[in-house]
Design a protein around this ligand. Structure first.
Ligand code: B3K
Ligand code: ZN
Length: 883
């Protein structure tokens, strides 16, 4: 804890480690009152590091040092070594030596959930990014890769299961009812991939035969009460393993792959070598307790962590500035996997929605940073949407530019060339260049320049010559510390539609044969402005721009509403159909903000939604997505100086108007999509449930009585959590106050013993402007199921309130901001990572209309003035106030 400014770490100051560690021998003695860690390291001077005989400097955090032994000789504090704050410094060491460090730690008191801690009675670890230093003194940086051998000793009754990375090589009983297991990981790894778990867990087993015929043991470890919730994760794991073999040629390398579910976890999951640790909510699922969304999320997170075994573990990051090397690439991989498992268009819509709503906002805010940042104070703050989602888009653009075959050649070369190494994003791009022969010099700017490019498109049609000219201008906005940016290399996918909706041939040369011309092309933008000419067109076409969202950019083009309605029903690119619908809705909503209350709502919008609701020929998963109005968060992101209350009011008015006008269509849609047969997760069934729950939500928006009865019935009869939640949400967001309270009470009564369902129950309330006003949020914090030590509970009440219940959070009296500031300050003392995440909505203060921004700023100042601010919170709060 500190009040002074934390040190800034810069990429430009990177130095190779002075010492390397070949092997790490760990012995953990686990007790109720703490743990003793014996670490023996085989260390040698790094031949590649400059400067002779530098002192040995090891990182440490919250450790009680008991002993230091160098080559068998016990060292003396002060004389031989010094403990200076966060480091253990040994001034004189030989070129090669063995060092043993004994430390005492207290996992039971570790509320930060970094290093070794306890969750529901079990010991577990989280070492990325810098948690290993909370276990022992160590050169805790990813470019120090060592082979680990880990012996765990604990009480046999309370900790029958003892796990670490690799293969178990020895086990046995000890005195006093204790036992031990020794694990050996043959693959050198950075310390952030170390993991240990010890507790009373049940094992769910399965197996997988790899492409070369090796048998792999798959195991999921959970508390006994969750034994029936592992099947989906195991199936997802097997699908991921097969997919990575087929699509990337990557085979699993150890004989055993383990997943452990942990209730208290700061994020989703962690890819520790051979021993992935998961937040329970990202792995456990059953039809009765998990929604379709949760099932999909689990599949993608299981895949993500598994894919890290190659993109992250076998080839890792040289330093934390390269984080997107593993995260961007792995998100790209898991996203392609999910697309292959379900509907690619729907997956793309989901990814782009997240990117445009949240990453674009980050990229336009005070914490904006490039995919490869140049500096940080606290690395935990850089596990961002930019590193993950924009990073994935950058890899996706390389895939688009190279095409699938050359991209695969590039990834093969990357894995082969760098196996066992800690490398940079530049090494990744270089492998892509070398394998494809393409020059990606300018493309590399995507890694270094922050900010979302704006593509302004204008066009003109020359009827006489039959030429359509399209001009695309790119501008990259200034971001903190970066101005005057260079044009980037942008793949811009495009199609042109004729009046009857036909896809027109794209002839970039007048001599080209129309019959051979493609109907979609990728234009490569490299200059500030380009004009493209399309020949042989008998009429002015309607352009379909940036198809599939081929680059993470904003497109500005003066579409008419008629053109958007046309694209909604004719664009062959499903993604752009959806996007046209979003643009139409955004345009309608924006034009109503500030207009008189009785201004007519665009009839074309109602007509478009009516035809969507009745369109049974179109992919129903796409229809379900197209029916969702743009979220308040997205409308806020798009606005300059947004007035949140006005946006909320208008959006509700439009929704109410649509629901009122389409009432009978909604009832039809509801019945048409009634559940059929037994529950399954095919895209068709998921779409069916989504459509029917959307219909219900809309009907209850207008307090329709038939809708209320349908919801009540659905809540009683549902055989799955998606339908149950759909009905509960609809009721909670209606004006039927009595039904709302009863539904919430009954639901809690039924599911109170299941933490994941209770988290859903909290979120339904905290996201609702009916059930989640501030006094109700305050009382949720006092609810017996709320737990200040559990990040999921904190997120489902405080995080959801500030991130999704926007009208209430941005209450004009500033009470929502004050509330968030209080909770952030409170949490900073126990869990700084969570505190620094939760504060995000306040950091965007500058964007909002003046009344809001002044109050947001003062809430941030309240946090800034808290005595003893963590480095995590210090960085976010100061950077936001000073940007
Ligand atoms: N690599 C982890 C994230 C660790 C976050 C540390 N603060 C999960 C993932 O991206 O797979
Ligand atoms: Zn990851």
């Amino acid at each position: 804890m500190r009040t002074s400014q934390p040190k800034t770490i810069r990429l430009s100051e990177y130095k190779a480690p002075a010492y390397l560690v070949d092997t790490v021998d760990l012995r953990f003695e686990l007790f109720e009152e703490g743990a003793r860690v014996h670490a023996t390291l085989a260390v040698r001077r790094n031949p590649e590091s400059t400067g002779a005989a530098a002192p040995l400097m090891l990182d440490g955090d919250s450790l009680k040092l008991e002993q230091v032994v160098l080559d068998g000789k016990k060292l003396a504090a002060g004389d031989d070594y010094e403990e200076t704050g966060a480091q253990l410094v040994i001034a004189k060491v030989p070129a090669r030596f063995e060092l043993t460090v004994v430390t005492w730690i207290e996992p039971q008191n570790n509320t930060r959930l970094e290093g070794l801690y306890k969750s529901s009675g079990m010991f577990c670890t989280q070492c990325e990014a810098e948690g290993f230093r909370c276990i022992t003194y160590f050169p805790d940086r990813p470019d120090v890769m060592a082979r680990y051998r880990t012996r765990i000793e604990a009480d046999k009754a309370s900790c029958p299961v003892l796990l670490s990375n690799g293969n178990d090589v020895e086990r046995g009983d000890l005195e006093n009812g204790r036992h031990f297991v020794t694990w050996e990981d043959p693959f050198p790894k950075p310390s952030y991939l170390f993991a240990l778990v010890a507790g009373d867990l049940v094992e769910k087993k399965d197996n997988f035969t790899t492409c070369s015929g090796r048998d792999i043991d798959l195991r999921i470890y959970v508390e006994a009460r969750n034994a029936a919730k592992c099947e989906h994760a195991l199936d997802s794991l097997k699908r991921s393993m097969r997919w990575d073999e087929e699509v990337y040629g990557r085979e699993y390398d150890l004989d055993i792959f383990m997943i452990v579910a942990v209730d208290d976890f700061n994020m989703g999951a962690m890819e520790n070598k051979g021993l992935n640790i998961f937040n329970s909510s990202c792995v456990l699922a059953s039809q009765e307790t998990a929604t379709d969304l949760a099932f999909q999320r689990i599949e993608s997170i299981v895949a993500h962590e598994y894919f890290h075994n190659w993109s992250g573990n076998r080839v890792t990051c040289r330093d934390w500035f390269q984080l997107s090397l593993k995260e961007g690439f792995t998100v790209f991989r898991d996203s392609a996997f999910s697309a292959d498992m379900g509907s690619p268009t729907v997956k793309r819509i989901e990814d782009v929605t997240l990117l445009r709503t949240a990453q674009f906002a980050e990229d336009a805010g005070p914490m904006a940073h490039p995919v490869r940042p140049a500096s940080y104070m606290e690395i935990s703050n850089f596990y961002t949407l930019t590193i993950y989602e924009k990073g994935a888009e950058v890899v996706r653009m390389i895939h688009t530019l190279l095409g699938p075959e050359l991209f695969r050649k590039g990834s093969d070369l990357y894995f082969e060339r760098h196996d066992g190494q800690a490398v940079t994003t530049d090494d990744f791009v270089k492998a892509m260049e070398d394998a494809s022969g393409r020059d990606l010099t300018q493309f590399r700017l995507w890694y270094d320049q922050a900010g979302t490019p704006v593509l302004t498109v204008s066009d003109a049609y020359d009827a006489e010559l039959g030429i359509y000219r399209l001009t695309v201008q790119q501008d990259i906005p200034d971001t903190p510390g970066q101005t005057g940016k260079k044009p980037q290399h942008i793949p811009f996918a495009l199609g042109l539609l004729g009046t009857d909706g036909e896809a027109l041939p794209l002839k970039l040369e007048s001599t080209e044969d129309a019959a051979n011309a493609p109907t979609e092309c990728i234009l490569e933008l490299t200059k500030a402005s380009h004009t493209f000419e399309f020949h042989g067109l008998a009429q002015k076409p309607v352009p379909s721009l940036l198809r599939h969202f081929s680059a993470p950019a904003r497109v500005v083009y003066p579409w008419t509403r008629e053109q958007l309605v046309f694209l909604m029903s004719h664009d062959p690119d499903g993604f752009n159909r959806w996007d046209a619908g979003q643009r139409l809705a955004v345009d309608v909503i924006q034009s109503l903000i500030g207009a008189p209350e009785d201004t007519e709502i665009e009839p074309q919008l109602v007509a478009a939604y009516r035809s969507l609701l009745g369109d049974v020929a179109l992919d129903q998963a796409l229809v379900a997505k197209m029916l969702q109005l743009p979220s308040e968060a997205y409308l806020i992101e798009l606005a300059d100086s947004p007035d949140v209350a006005a946006i909320h009011r208008v959006r509700e008015r439009v929704l109410g108007h649509l629901a009122g006008s389409l009432r009978d269509d909604l009832i039809d849609c509801y019945h048409r999509n009634a559940s059929e047969g037994s529950y399954d997760l095919t895209p068709e069934s998921v779409a069916r449930r989504s459509l029917r729950n959307t219909a219900l939500a809309w009907l209850l928006m207008i307090n329709d009585e038939a809708g209320r009865d349908l919801a009540t019935l659905q809540l009683q009869n549902a055989d799955n959590m998606t339908d149950r939640m759909g009905a509960l949400k609809a009721l909670v967001n209606s004006d039927y106050a009595e039904e709302r309270s009863r539904a919430l009470e009954d639901f809690y009564e039924q599911f109170q013993s299941d933490p994941q369902v209770v988290e859903l129950w909290f979120s339904v309330q905290s996201s609702s402007d009916r059930a989640g006003q501030l006094p109700q949020i305050q009382s949720l914090l006092k609810h017996p199921a709320f737990d200040w030590k559990n990040p999921n509970k904190i997120r489902s009440v405080i995080g959801v309130f500030a991130g999704q219940n926007l009208a209430a959070f941005h209450s004009p009296d500033g009470s929502g901001y004050g509330f968030l500031a209080d909770q952030v300050c409170r949490l900073d003392d126990s869990n700084p990572q969570i505190a620094a995440r939760l504060v995000t909505p306040l950091t965007r203060w500058k964007k909002f209309a003046p009344g809001y921004s002044a109050l947001m700023r003062s809430a941030l100042e309240q946090i800034r003035d808290k005595p003893e601010l963590s480095a995590d919170l210090y960085e976010v709060v100061h950077k936001s106030l000073e940007a």
